[in-house]
Design a protein around this ligand. Structure first.
Ligand code: FAD
Length: 375
């Protein structure tokens, strides 16, 4: 809350702002950093409602991924080849940009590959398998690798229950999302960008070449330019935007002795995802099993989704092995009828960079850069 401000606080933090970015997730911080790189003398302020980024960027599963075969095939049927390849290109170069900007050691980047699971009775595998050579040929030049996807000859190697087939992706990695955001915060602060937390923007309006930003329980502030980077929570600020919030619930187990499983795992066209974190399993998703209830921007856990995830954990991932749940949480992402994000100007000095979908770790850096370049 910006109340009872001193002269110093007002003049140092809140006056003469060249760019105010609303939202300190991966997009907001990349936008702020890019703008400051281009305009080193500019005063750039990031306004964040939470103590931490409070949407998706510190709550996600940390897959550094660009699409499994079933997801790509589904996109291919809906969007056509050019649009899918364009999306993959953006995801891959976004991941490279993130790793280059942050440094692998700072974000705990690890490469263990990715795996897409198909249950024994799942006929979608018969549809996906013939497309492996096709996607290898099309994605090879983008990723810079041959044979990215391959059918695993021994799908039983992980001891999964009910799983009949696995497609391996040799180019997928994983990160620690909170470390990623910590590194971006460090880089931003080092450049002189101010990140103000506990500041909830309620409205914004441009007049006379300035943008007035209304803040909950505080006096308004002014900025020359504003970028909205609020992703899944954007409808509160712009009710008619073509974006829906999508809650994703996650759980993580207690350490599991002798856990062999390493990597990032996709199931049910990416609606379920799990990975190892050290010797624990992180599992999330299943929002397709309760789409209406999970189309919400309220954080929270529901017995239905948590039980669905736990059943998957106990029957598919670790059948017949006792395992304790250590922690559960939720995050909100922004989805739409298209997978492409919305990066556009709302007026001369207001831009928006939102609707990151389920692969924001991959595209967040570039979407932030594009948002900054709009202004
Ligand atoms: C559980 C979960 C798992 C995921 N797993 C993966 C994964 O493994 N790999 C992957 O690539 N992607 C994953 N994603 C998606 C990815 O995390 C997001 O696409 C990405 O983080 C979006 O970044 P963002 O900066 O656009 O939004 P956010 O990180 O949501 O940032 C928006 C920020 O705006 C702030 N804000 C909102 N409204 C206001 C306001 N009015 N005033 C001030 N501040 C405001 C919010 O508090 C928030 O910090 C996952 C998402 C979730 C929820």
């Amino acid at each position: 809350m910006l109340k009872n401000l001193s002269f110093w606080e007002k003049s140092t933090y809140l006056e003469g702002i060249d760019l105010a970015v609303v939202g300190s997730g991966i997009v907001g911080l990349n936008a702020a950093i890019t703008f400051k790189e281009k305009h080193p003398k500019a005063k750039v302020v990031v306004l964040e409602r939470g103590v931490f980024p409070s949407g998706a960027s510190t709550k996600n599963a940390g897959f550094a991924c660009f699409g499994s075969v079933s997801e790509l095939l589904d996109d291919f049927e809906q969007m056509g080849e050019t649009a899918v390849l364009d999306l993959v290109e953006k995801r891959w170069s976004g991941l490279e940009r993130l790793r280059q900007r942050c440094g692998d050691e700072w974000i705990d980047y690890q490469w263990h590959g990715g795996f897409e699971l198909f249950l024994k009775e799942d006929i979608s595998y018969e549809k996906c398998e013939p497309y492996i050579p096709f996607f290898n040929e099309k994605l090879g030049p983008i990723i810079g690798a041959k044979g990215i996807f391959s059918k695993m000859d021994q799908p039983q190697i992980f001891g999964f229950g009910k799983v009949g087939n696995i497609i391996y992706n040799c180019a997928e990695g994983q990160i620690n999302p909170a470390k990623m955001m910590g590194r971006l915060q460090f880089l931003a602060i080092q450049m002189g960008i101010q990140i103000l937390t506990g500041v909830t923007v309620t409205t914004f309006e441009e007049s006379d070449n300035q943008v007035e930003i209304a803040i909950e329980n505080s006096d308004p502030i002014k900025a020359a330019k504003v970028l909205i980077a609020t992703n899944g929570l954007t409808r509160k600020l712009i009710p008619n935007i073509t974006l829906a919030p999508a809650r994703n619930q996650v759980l993580i187990t207690e350490p599991i002795p002798n856990l062999k499983l390493k990597g990032t795992f996709h199931f049910d066209e990416g609606y379920y995802y799990f990975r190892n974190f050290e010797n624990r399993i992180l599992l999330g998703g299943a929002r397709n099993k309760a789409k209406i209830a999970e189309t919400t921007d309220e954080f929270g856990l529901t017995p239905f989704i948590q039980n669905t995830l736990e059943e998957f954990l106990r029957t598919v991932i670790l059948p017949n092995q006792p395992v304790e749940i250590a922690h559960r949480w939720s995050g909100i992402l922004g989805v739409g009828n298209q997978k492409a994000p919305i990066v556009e100007k709302l007026s001369d000095n207001i831009g928006i960079a939102v609707r990151l979908g389920g692969m924001g770790v991959a595209i967040g850096s570039l979407v932030g850069e594009e948002g900054a370049n709009l202004l």
